[in-house]
Design a protein. Sequence first.
Length: 341
Amino acid sequence: MALKVLYAAKIIDLAQLQQTYLLIQCFKTHQVDADVILSGDNLSKPASKQLIAQIEALKTGSCFIRHKPTRFTKTFRQKVADIFTNRSHFKGANYNLVITDNESIVAWSAKLSGIPVMALGHHVAVNHHQLPFDGANLTRIWQQWLVPADYRLGFHWIPFAQNILPPIVPSYHTTCIKNKVVVYLPSESLPAIKNLLESFPNTEFYCFHPAADTKSVGNIHYRGDDHEQLLQDMKSCKGVITHAQFEVINAALKMGKNLLLKPLEHELVQTIDASLLIKLGWAKQMHYLNDNAVEDFLEIDGQTSVSFSSDPCLLVEWIKAEKWHEINALHDTAWKTLKVG
Protein backbone atom coordinates (compact mmCIF):
# COMPACT_ATOMS: atom_id res chain seq x y z
CA MET A 1 0.00 0.00 0.00
CA ALA A 2 1.38 3.42 -1.01
CA LEU A 3 2.35 5.86 1.72
CA LYS A 4 -0.11 8.73 2.13
CA VAL A 5 1.29 11.91 3.64
CA LEU A 6 -0.02 15.31 4.64
CA TYR A 7 2.63 18.03 4.42
CA ALA A 8 1.77 21.30 6.19
CA ALA A 9 4.01 24.38 6.30
CA LYS A 10 3.69 27.81 7.85
CA ILE A 11 5.40 29.87 5.14
CA ILE A 12 7.57 32.80 6.21
CA ASP A 13 9.26 33.71 2.93
CA LEU A 14 9.85 32.62 -0.66
CA ALA A 15 12.92 30.49 0.14
CA GLN A 16 10.88 28.31 2.50
CA LEU A 17 8.20 27.95 -0.17
CA GLN A 18 10.90 26.89 -2.64
CA GLN A 19 12.00 24.21 -0.17
CA THR A 20 8.39 23.02 0.04
CA TYR A 21 8.22 22.78 -3.76
CA LEU A 22 11.41 20.71 -3.87
CA LEU A 23 10.04 18.32 -1.25
CA ILE A 24 6.64 17.88 -2.93
CA GLN A 25 8.34 17.40 -6.30
CA CYS A 26 10.44 14.63 -4.77
CA PHE A 27 7.37 13.04 -3.17
CA LYS A 28 5.86 12.80 -6.65
CA THR A 29 9.05 11.27 -8.09
CA HIS A 30 8.91 8.57 -5.40
CA GLN A 31 5.16 8.02 -5.88
CA VAL A 32 4.19 9.25 -2.44
CA ASP A 33 0.61 10.54 -2.28
CA ALA A 34 1.07 13.94 -0.58
CA ASP A 35 -1.63 16.45 0.32
CA VAL A 36 -0.35 19.97 1.06
CA ILE A 37 -1.55 22.68 3.44
CA LEU A 38 0.18 26.08 3.23
CA SER A 39 -0.50 28.95 5.64
CA GLY A 40 1.06 32.38 6.13
CA ASP A 41 0.75 36.07 5.41
CA ASN A 42 2.99 36.07 2.32
CA LEU A 43 1.12 33.58 0.13
CA SER A 44 -0.70 36.26 -1.87
CA LYS A 45 2.48 37.79 -3.29
CA PRO A 46 3.02 37.23 -7.05
CA ALA A 47 6.17 35.11 -6.69
CA SER A 48 4.48 32.95 -4.01
CA LYS A 49 1.43 32.47 -6.23
CA GLN A 50 3.66 31.23 -9.05
CA LEU A 51 5.32 28.64 -6.82
CA ILE A 52 1.97 27.56 -5.36
CA ALA A 53 0.69 27.05 -8.92
CA GLN A 54 3.73 24.85 -9.60
CA ILE A 55 3.01 22.82 -6.45
CA GLU A 56 -0.62 22.41 -7.52
CA ALA A 57 0.50 21.37 -11.01
CA LEU A 58 2.45 18.45 -9.54
CA LYS A 59 -0.93 16.88 -8.67
CA THR A 60 0.46 14.70 -5.89
CA GLY A 61 -2.73 15.26 -3.88
CA SER A 62 -4.81 18.22 -2.73
CA CYS A 63 -3.32 21.66 -2.05
CA PHE A 64 -5.04 23.91 0.50
CA ILE A 65 -4.09 27.56 1.02
CA ARG A 66 -5.13 29.63 4.00
CA HIS A 67 -4.04 33.03 5.28
CA LYS A 68 -3.15 33.60 8.90
CA PRO A 69 -5.61 35.82 10.87
CA THR A 70 -4.03 38.92 12.40
CA ARG A 71 -5.87 39.55 15.71
CA PHE A 72 -4.86 37.26 18.60
CA THR A 73 -8.42 36.64 19.87
CA LYS A 74 -9.57 35.73 16.38
CA THR A 75 -6.44 33.64 15.86
CA PHE A 76 -7.01 31.62 19.04
CA ARG A 77 -10.70 30.96 18.31
CA GLN A 78 -9.92 30.11 14.71
CA LYS A 79 -7.13 27.74 15.73
CA VAL A 80 -9.42 25.78 18.02
CA ALA A 81 -12.08 25.62 15.30
CA ASP A 82 -9.50 24.57 12.70
CA ILE A 83 -8.20 21.77 14.91
CA PHE A 84 -11.65 20.20 15.14
CA THR A 85 -12.32 20.80 11.44
CA ASN A 86 -9.04 19.09 10.53
CA ARG A 87 -9.78 16.17 12.86
CA SER A 88 -13.01 15.42 11.02
CA HIS A 89 -11.13 15.61 7.71
CA PHE A 90 -8.31 13.37 8.96
CA LYS A 91 -10.75 10.60 9.94
CA GLY A 92 -11.58 9.98 6.29
CA ALA A 93 -8.22 10.86 4.73
CA ASN A 94 -6.31 7.77 5.94
CA TYR A 95 -2.96 9.53 6.32
CA ASN A 96 -0.02 7.35 7.34
CA LEU A 97 2.02 10.39 8.41
CA VAL A 98 1.54 14.12 8.93
CA ILE A 99 4.64 16.27 8.36
CA THR A 100 4.54 19.78 9.81
CA ASP A 101 6.95 22.67 9.25
CA ASN A 102 5.96 24.83 12.24
CA GLU A 103 2.23 24.44 11.48
CA SER A 104 0.81 23.92 14.97
CA ILE A 105 -2.88 23.57 14.02
CA VAL A 106 -2.22 20.59 11.78
CA ALA A 107 0.18 19.04 14.30
CA TRP A 108 -2.39 19.14 17.10
CA SER A 109 -5.17 17.95 14.79
CA ALA A 110 -3.12 14.92 13.77
CA LYS A 111 -2.02 14.16 17.34
CA LEU A 112 -5.62 14.21 18.58
CA SER A 113 -6.58 11.98 15.63
CA GLY A 114 -3.95 9.37 16.49
CA ILE A 115 -1.88 9.94 13.34
CA PRO A 116 1.96 9.93 13.58
CA VAL A 117 3.39 13.45 13.37
CA MET A 118 6.84 14.42 12.10
CA ALA A 119 8.03 17.96 12.87
CA LEU A 120 10.43 19.12 10.17
CA GLY A 121 12.29 22.41 9.86
CA HIS A 122 14.61 24.99 11.34
CA HIS A 123 12.41 25.51 14.40
CA VAL A 124 13.13 21.91 15.49
CA ALA A 125 16.87 22.62 15.51
CA VAL A 126 16.80 25.93 17.42
CA ASN A 127 14.50 24.42 20.08
CA HIS A 128 16.65 21.28 20.49
CA HIS A 129 18.02 20.61 24.00
CA GLN A 130 21.47 19.76 22.56
CA LEU A 131 21.84 23.01 20.63
CA PRO A 132 25.21 24.60 21.60
CA PHE A 133 23.64 27.82 22.91
CA ASP A 134 23.01 28.67 26.56
CA GLY A 135 19.77 30.03 27.94
CA ALA A 136 16.06 30.29 27.07
CA ASN A 137 15.27 26.63 27.78
CA LEU A 138 11.72 27.47 28.84
CA THR A 139 11.14 29.14 25.48
CA ARG A 140 12.31 25.97 23.73
CA ILE A 141 10.04 23.75 25.86
CA TRP A 142 7.09 26.02 25.06
CA GLN A 143 7.81 25.90 21.34
CA GLN A 144 7.98 22.10 21.40
CA TRP A 145 4.61 22.00 23.13
CA LEU A 146 3.12 24.25 20.44
CA VAL A 147 4.12 21.76 17.74
CA PRO A 148 3.67 18.24 19.20
CA ALA A 149 5.41 15.45 17.28
CA ASP A 150 6.36 11.79 17.48
CA TYR A 151 9.47 12.39 15.34
CA ARG A 152 11.54 15.55 14.91
CA LEU A 153 14.00 16.50 12.16
CA GLY A 154 15.75 19.85 12.32
CA PHE A 155 17.67 21.83 9.72
CA HIS A 156 20.83 23.65 10.80
CA TRP A 157 24.47 24.30 9.91
CA ILE A 158 26.19 21.90 12.32
CA PRO A 159 25.39 18.24 13.15
CA PHE A 160 25.01 18.73 16.90
CA ALA A 161 22.46 15.88 17.22
CA GLN A 162 21.47 12.81 15.19
CA ASN A 163 18.14 14.31 14.13
CA ILE A 164 19.74 17.46 12.68
CA LEU A 165 20.25 17.66 8.90
CA PRO A 166 21.77 20.33 6.62
CA PRO A 167 19.22 22.75 5.09
CA ILE A 168 17.69 22.04 1.68
CA VAL A 169 18.50 25.08 -0.48
CA PRO A 170 17.71 25.62 -4.19
CA SER A 171 20.61 25.97 -6.62
CA TYR A 172 21.41 29.45 -8.02
CA HIS A 173 23.36 30.71 -11.03
CA THR A 174 25.65 33.43 -9.61
CA THR A 175 28.16 36.10 -10.60
CA CYS A 176 29.99 38.70 -8.50
CA ILE A 177 29.97 42.45 -9.04
CA LYS A 178 32.71 43.61 -6.66
CA ASN A 179 31.09 46.89 -5.60
CA LYS A 180 27.50 45.60 -5.33
CA VAL A 181 26.04 44.90 -1.87
CA VAL A 182 22.48 43.88 -1.03
CA VAL A 183 20.95 45.35 2.13
CA TYR A 184 17.87 43.73 3.67
CA LEU A 185 17.10 45.23 7.10
CA PRO A 186 13.29 45.52 7.15
CA SER A 187 13.12 46.14 10.91
CA GLU A 188 15.39 49.21 10.77
CA SER A 189 14.15 52.68 9.83
CA LEU A 190 14.80 53.66 6.24
CA PRO A 191 16.37 57.06 7.17
CA ALA A 192 18.83 55.31 9.52
CA ILE A 193 19.82 52.86 6.78
CA LYS A 194 20.22 55.76 4.33
CA ASN A 195 22.52 57.63 6.74
CA LEU A 196 24.65 54.50 7.16
CA LEU A 197 25.03 53.71 3.45
CA GLU A 198 25.75 57.28 2.33
CA SER A 199 29.12 56.99 4.07
CA PHE A 200 30.34 54.59 1.36
CA PRO A 201 29.86 56.32 -2.02
CA ASN A 202 32.03 53.84 -3.93
CA THR A 203 29.69 50.93 -3.22
CA GLU A 204 26.39 50.35 -5.01
CA PHE A 205 23.84 49.34 -2.37
CA TYR A 206 20.59 47.58 -3.32
CA CYS A 207 18.38 48.33 -0.35
CA PHE A 208 15.21 46.25 0.15
CA HIS A 209 12.71 47.63 2.65
CA PRO A 210 8.91 47.54 3.10
CA ALA A 211 8.80 51.37 3.31
CA ALA A 212 10.88 51.94 0.17
CA ASP A 213 9.76 53.05 -3.27
CA THR A 214 11.64 51.75 -6.29
CA LYS A 215 14.16 54.47 -7.12
CA SER A 216 17.88 55.25 -7.11
CA VAL A 217 19.43 58.08 -5.10
CA GLY A 218 23.15 58.33 -5.68
CA ASN A 219 24.72 54.98 -4.90
CA ILE A 220 21.62 53.63 -3.10
CA HIS A 221 19.07 51.70 -5.17
CA TYR A 222 15.83 51.31 -3.23
CA ARG A 223 13.49 48.35 -3.70
CA GLY A 224 10.29 47.26 -1.96
CA ASP A 225 10.04 44.12 0.19
CA ASP A 226 10.16 41.77 -2.81
CA HIS A 227 11.79 38.46 -1.89
CA GLU A 228 12.03 37.23 -5.48
CA GLN A 229 13.89 40.38 -6.58
CA LEU A 230 16.00 40.17 -3.42
CA LEU A 231 17.24 36.72 -4.46
CA GLN A 232 17.86 37.96 -8.02
CA ASP A 233 20.07 40.81 -6.79
CA MET A 234 21.84 38.55 -4.32
CA LYS A 235 22.97 36.35 -7.22
CA SER A 236 25.22 39.11 -8.61
CA CYS A 237 26.36 40.93 -5.45
CA LYS A 238 29.55 40.59 -3.42
CA GLY A 239 27.94 40.67 0.02
CA VAL A 240 24.68 40.85 1.95
CA ILE A 241 23.85 42.97 5.01
CA THR A 242 20.78 41.56 6.73
CA HIS A 243 19.06 40.41 9.89
CA ALA A 244 19.75 36.81 10.93
CA GLN A 245 16.94 35.27 8.89
CA PHE A 246 17.63 31.58 8.34
CA GLU A 247 16.36 31.24 4.75
CA VAL A 248 18.07 34.44 3.54
CA ILE A 249 21.33 33.36 5.18
CA ASN A 250 21.11 29.91 3.56
CA ALA A 251 20.65 31.44 0.11
CA ALA A 252 23.61 33.80 0.64
CA LEU A 253 25.85 30.95 1.86
CA LYS A 254 24.87 28.72 -1.06
CA MET A 255 25.64 31.60 -3.45
CA GLY A 256 29.00 32.23 -1.78
CA LYS A 257 28.23 35.78 -0.61
CA ASN A 258 29.84 37.55 2.34
CA LEU A 259 27.46 38.15 5.24
CA LEU A 260 27.15 41.00 7.73
CA LEU A 261 24.39 40.28 10.25
CA LYS A 262 22.44 42.54 12.54
CA PRO A 263 20.27 40.08 14.49
CA LEU A 264 17.07 41.31 16.09
CA GLU A 265 17.87 41.10 19.80
CA HIS A 266 14.25 40.44 20.83
CA GLU A 267 14.09 37.36 18.56
CA LEU A 268 15.80 34.40 20.23
CA VAL A 269 16.12 32.42 16.98
CA GLN A 270 18.07 35.24 15.32
CA THR A 271 20.35 35.58 18.34
CA ILE A 272 21.05 31.84 18.28
CA ASP A 273 21.68 31.71 14.53
CA ALA A 274 23.96 34.75 14.49
CA SER A 275 25.96 33.32 17.41
CA LEU A 276 26.51 30.00 15.61
CA LEU A 277 27.47 31.68 12.33
CA ILE A 278 30.10 33.80 14.07
CA LYS A 279 31.56 30.67 15.75
CA LEU A 280 31.70 28.96 12.36
CA GLY A 281 33.40 32.01 10.82
CA TRP A 282 30.76 32.24 8.11
CA ALA A 283 29.62 35.80 8.87
CA LYS A 284 30.42 39.10 10.58
CA GLN A 285 28.08 40.76 13.06
CA MET A 286 27.08 44.23 14.21
CA HIS A 287 24.78 44.99 17.14
CA TYR A 288 23.72 48.41 15.80
CA LEU A 289 24.02 50.27 12.50
CA ASN A 290 27.76 50.74 12.70
CA ASP A 291 29.92 52.55 10.09
CA ASN A 292 33.09 50.76 11.23
CA ALA A 293 31.49 47.31 10.94
CA VAL A 294 30.29 48.08 7.40
CA GLU A 295 33.70 49.46 6.42
CA ASP A 296 35.45 46.30 7.66
CA PHE A 297 32.86 44.16 5.90
CA LEU A 298 33.35 45.91 2.55
CA GLU A 299 37.09 45.22 2.72
CA ILE A 300 36.66 41.42 2.96
CA ASP A 301 38.00 39.66 -0.14
CA GLY A 302 37.50 35.97 0.55
CA GLN A 303 34.07 34.38 0.33
CA THR A 304 32.62 31.28 1.99
CA SER A 305 30.27 29.05 0.02
CA VAL A 306 28.42 26.09 1.51
CA SER A 307 27.22 23.31 -0.78
CA PHE A 308 23.78 22.73 0.74
CA SER A 309 21.92 20.08 -1.23
CA SER A 310 18.99 21.14 -3.42
CA ASP A 311 17.85 17.51 -3.69
CA PRO A 312 15.64 16.32 -0.78
CA CYS A 313 15.20 12.83 -2.22
CA LEU A 314 17.49 11.27 0.39
CA LEU A 315 15.08 12.55 3.03
CA VAL A 316 12.00 11.48 1.05
CA GLU A 317 13.40 7.96 0.53
CA TRP A 318 13.91 7.71 4.30
CA ILE A 319 10.33 8.91 4.94
CA LYS A 320 8.98 6.42 2.40
CA ALA A 321 10.84 3.53 4.08
CA GLU A 322 8.73 4.21 7.22
CA LYS A 323 11.60 3.38 9.62
CA TRP A 324 11.38 6.77 11.28
CA HIS A 325 13.17 5.78 14.49
CA GLU A 326 16.27 4.81 12.51
CA ILE A 327 17.89 8.19 11.87
CA ASN A 328 21.64 7.50 12.01
CA ALA A 329 22.19 6.46 8.38
CA LEU A 330 20.22 9.45 7.07
CA HIS A 331 22.16 11.83 9.32
CA ASP A 332 25.58 10.45 8.36
CA THR A 333 24.89 10.40 4.61
CA ALA A 334 23.41 13.91 4.57
CA TRP A 335 26.41 15.48 6.33
CA LYS A 336 28.97 13.64 4.17
CA THR A 337 27.72 15.57 1.12
CA LEU A 338 28.21 19.02 2.72
CA LYS A 339 31.31 20.93 1.62
CA VAL A 340 32.47 24.37 2.77
CA GLY A 341 34.85 26.57 0.77
